[in-house]
Design a protein around this ligand. Structure first.
Ligand SMILES: [Zn+2]
Length: 401
């Protein structure tokens, strides 16, 4: 491997890797999943990482959604800098809801692309295709999704194409990571799974332990291949249903229609994506675009009085607190509490695909995520809190030899 000097990307500097570095983003993972799988004896390698590597509790980006966090991890900066704050925003001038999956919405380069440009062999494997183009922006390297694996990828991995709604989709990512490490030994590899299992299964449940046992086996193989392993999550996950087992949802569009008139306000749920079966597009973060005539402060005060609403903030307050891009959010940001979700109109949510009580994410209650390494750390500057997007800084700048 060529020994090179450090790179500076988006204002942070990263040393060249001393051995292959694997960064894993386990979608929807919380420490509780890992601790319970280790306690059940099904994840011995993760147990070793906890005992003889390094582990921190870190905060993810709010909205605690998949894309904002994956992009923060690979750019090292918050959404106020990289621009991706969800799957959707509303373009007032065009009068249209715009999907942010296109790389043109990403405002900075990635650390992955910078290392590739400097001569590192870089590989990216993602479960869902929605992330592939964003993660692979300007990347001269390998980049594919399990969801849309082509014939060459299927041949490399040696597994059949997985279903998008299955634990297999994530297993395909890990299996591909191991095959790539054996065949091409990338200097830097980013693996990003899907939260299909976490949306259905609570920590310590049989399905969850099976998933972490599967993951454990592949991580052990990557470790045995001599890689530095680093692991974090894009967000946690919580139960979002009531005593009757039905989603505990606040339908914001219905409320605002009642308060301000039919269709006067527009609620955007940035969790909405083409894969809504397992969460019904219900998450704990929403943004509201108001008509010019509306009283923003009065509407915020009224929203704060709604049971289950944890926070209602103006655009400026939310962007300052959560480091978000003001031009891609509405006039108000609403965050629901640990066991509540936000919807638009009741009639617009198709919940027929929910075959288990709703678990979801998006709020502050899903902000705590693991940050783990298979090596001990050294010289981490004292910080008020670690972030999941510090992972490449720690992995490249602060691990013991
Ligand atoms: Zn996710």
């Amino acid at each position: 491997m060529p020994e090179r000097s450090s790179l500076t990307v988006n204002g942070r500097s990263y040393r060249w890797m001393d051995r292959p570095l694997v960064v894993v983003c386990v979608d929807g993972c919380e420490f509780d999943y890992i601790h319970k799988a280790v306690a059940a004896g099904v994840a011995p390698f993760l147990g070793r990482m906890l005992a003889s590597g390094a582990a921190f509790e870190a905060d993810c980006v709010v909205p605690s959604f998949t894309n904002p966090n994956n992009l923060s991890i690979v750019t090292g900066v918050p959404p106020s800098v990289h621009g991706i704050c969800g799957n959707y925003f509303y373009d007032r001038e065009a009068g249209a809801e715009v999907m942010m999956n296109d790389p043109k919405y990403l405002r900075v380069g990635t650390i992955l692309a910078a290392f590739a440009a400097a001569g590192a062999k870089v590989a990216v494997v993602t479960a869902k295709d929605k992330l592939r183009a964003l993660l692979g922006k300007d990347l001269a390297g390998t980049c594919f999704s399990a969801e849309k694996a082509d014939a060459a990828t299927l041949a490399l991995v040696g597994r059949p194409p997985p279903s998008v709604y299955s634990a297999d989709l994530s297993e395909f990512v890990f299996a591909a990571g191991v095959k790539l490490m054996q065949a091409r030994r990338p200097d830097l590899m980013y693996l990003s799974t899907t939260d299909y299992v976490q949306h259905k299964a609570a920590p310590g449940s049989a399905a969850a332990n099976d998933f972490y046992a599967m993951m454990d086996g592949y991580l052990a193989q990557l470790d045995a291949l001599g890689a530095t392993l680093s692991l974090t999550a894009d967000h946690g996950m919580n139960d979002k249903f009531g005593a009757d087992g039905r989603p505990n949802a606040i339908y914001l569009q219905d409320l605002l229609d009642e308060w301000l008139g039919q269709g006067a306000a527009r609620v955007i749920l940035p969790i909405t994506d083409p894969y809504v079966v397992h969460h019904g597009a219900l998450g704990s973060f929403a943004t509201v675009y108001l008509p010019e005539t509306a009283d923003v402060r009065a509407t915020i005060d009224r929203l704060r009085g709604v049971e289950g609403v944890q926070l209602a903030l103006s655009n400026a307050e939310a962007c300052a607190r959560f480091e978000l891009p003001p031009d891609r959010l509405g006039d108000i940001v609403v965050v629901s509490g640990k066991n509540a979700v936000l919807g638009s109109s009741r009639s617009r949510h198709d919940l027929s695909g929910l075959d288990a009580p709703l678990r979801s994410h998006g709020g502050i209650s899903e902000q705590a995520v693991p940050l783990m390494f298979n090596r001990r750390t050294a010289g981490i500057p004292g910080k008020p809190r670690m972030r999941n997007f510090d992972i490449l800084d720690v992995a490249l700048n602060h691990l013991q030899a």
